[in-house]
Design a protein around this ligand. Structure first.
Ligand code: UDP
Length: 488
């Protein structure tokens, strides 16, 4: 989407996700004004799950045992080979693939350099791992370079990262000097001879100073939430950002007032990755067995880091309200709680909220659990993402792709993905969340329709192939090969 139109800019800047949420209650109070009263509608049970006053689970012993000691994999699997473009044909269809190849034909031989600050870990590296081989396959020679720096540099950039997402920060001249010194070091070390440069996130943003030495077009791809940046840090970085030919943001609310053009690119998921590829039913059942999940009863799942802004305790409270009426299980799967002190505290809070309910299954998974997460999402009757604040919320796109009905907080990038009552349902409170989960569990046909619509929405907007297509279009526009006469 183009942002040279001031009307669009105004519209998006007033858009969702701007609240200064500090806790669930505060956030929910703000949002609840738009929530439907939850007590005025009594959902009518439909065929499928029968509603009843549920009190006690008569859980077979093997489930209890497995829940106490889930079989969590302790070893990382070797990485799979990156897919080829043709592998996507069964998913997106030949016409879509032909369109990508057609767009790429005009760019054949143009060279691209992608730069970020880490080769492993994090969503950006994950996306580049897929996009770079696909661009090369399309005969657009694409390099991926990673900037280097000492601990002092990465401490500064971590501070910038948090400050740009609304955190407190004390920006000093020394910090600016460290940032610029490493930027210079990287500029000296790297060559800038390509036709197009895509610089990801704030860490390498200063490389734009190399611009004058060559004829290429420069794009800044910002993956973080810039809706409320720390003014000092933003004032320091903004003059660099404005030297780029274009900036790209992940949600309308993250766009800034800039003197240069801005575009909207949604983050994307790879339908062929371990996290999203189709799985044999037997594997899904095996994972459920490993974690003690009873597939004969509904499964409500939230996959998220143990972070208060993901509101796992709110999910437990919603589940408890639902459980009074529908015999169901709750799976809360997250990771990182062992190496993140705050994550460990939140995990503890979640366990306390869960109490001794045997039907709440809490899983602290290692980072190599993509296949298990995929299986958990596929085994779910309803997927929940009850965030109080969110960037984009990739777990939502992952759930949509798996054709699941989703109940999600109306924050950040979630409303882009969840069109209320069409591709899922949006909620603003514990009670609203419980109401909607209960409604979906007792109205399976409506739930299935949401899932079908959601998958189409994900296919049209949030797949890596859509992302590649957008890059190709943007490259053509910046190189003057195509005129922009509609939204991108
Ligand atoms: N995820 C994971 N392991 C976990 C929890 C989450 O691999 O234990 C994945 C999840 O499937 C998604 C990503 O991490 O792909 C989280 O992205 P999202 O945008 O939902 O939230 P973030 O953690 O970036 O705030």
């Amino acid at each position: 989407m183009k942002d040279r139109n001031p009307e669009w800019k105004t519209a998006v800047i007033d858009n969702n996700g701007r609240g200064d949420e500090t806790g669930r209650q505060q956030q929910e109070k703000k949002n609840i004004a738009t929530e439907k009263p939850v007590t005025t509608h009594v959902p009518q049970p439909a065929t499928g799950v029968t509603e009843r006053r549920f009190r006690q689970t008569n859980l077979p012993a093997h489930f209890i045992e497995r829940r106490k000691r889930p079989r969590i994999s302790t070893e990382q699997r070797p990485p799979q080979a990156p897919p080829r473009l043709a592998d996507y044909e069964p998913i997106i269809g030949k016409p879509e693939l032909d369109e990508i190849r057609f767009l790429a034909r005009h760019l054949r031989g143009k060279t691209v350099k992608m730069v970020n600050s880490t080769a492993v870990g994090g969503g950006v590296a994950e996306i580049l791992n897929r996009v770079v081989p696909l661009m090369n396959e399309l005969e657009i020679p694409t390099r991926w370079d990673v900037i280097t720096g000492g601990n002092d540099f990465f401490e500064v950039t971590k501070g910038f990262h948090n400050a740009l997402q609304g955190g407190e920060y004390n920006l000093t001249q020394q910090i600016k000097d460290i940032f610029m010194a490493y930027t210079e070091q990287n500029r000296q070390r790297m060559e800038f001879a390509e036709d197009l440069f895509v610089i990801h996130d704030p860490q390498p943003v200063g490389l734009i100073r190399s611009r004058s030495q060559n004829r290429g077009k420069w794009i800044w791809r910002c993956h973080i939430d810039l809706s409320k940046p720390h003014p000092g840090v933003w004032d320091f970085l903004k003059p660099m950002v404005e030297q780029y030919d274009a900036s790209i943001f992940s949600a309308p609310a993250f766009a800034r007032q800039l003197a240069s053009p801005q575009y909207l690119f949604y983050p994307s998921i790879d339908p062929l990755s371990e996290k999203n590829k189709d799985l044999p039913e037997e594997y899904v059942s095996k994972v459920c067995d490993d974690f003690g999940i009873d597939r004969s009863r509904p499964v409500i799942t939230q996959i998220s880091r143990f972070d208060r802004l993901k509101d796992p305790v709110g999910v437990v409270e919603s589940y408890k309200l639902v459980k009074k009426y529908v015999d169901c299980q709750l799976v809360l799967a997250g990771g990182g709680a062992t190496d993140d002190p705050e994550g460990a505290v939140v995990l503890q809070e979640v366990m306390e909220a869960a109490g001794d309910d045997p039907d709440i299954i809490i899983l602290n998974l290692p980072p190599w659990s993509a296949l298990e997460i995929n299986a958990l999402q596929r085994a779910s009757t309803v997927i929940v993402q009850k965030s109080l604040k969110e960037g984009f919320g990739l777990t939502v796109a992952e759930g949509l792709w798996k054709e699941k009905p989703i109940v999600a907080g109306a924050v950040g990038g979630i409303p882009t993905q969840i069109i209320h009552k069409f591709t899922g349902v949006l909620v603003h409170s514990v009670e609203g969340c419980a109401y909607q989960i209960r409604y979906l569990l007792t109205h399976p046909e409506f739930a299935a329709q949401l899932g079908r619509n959601g998958k189409e929405h994900a296919k049209e907007n949030f797949l890596i192939t859509v992302n590649v297509k957008r890059w190709l279009l943007l490259f053509q526009i910046l190189l003057g090969m195509a005129k922009l006469n509609s939204t991108l």
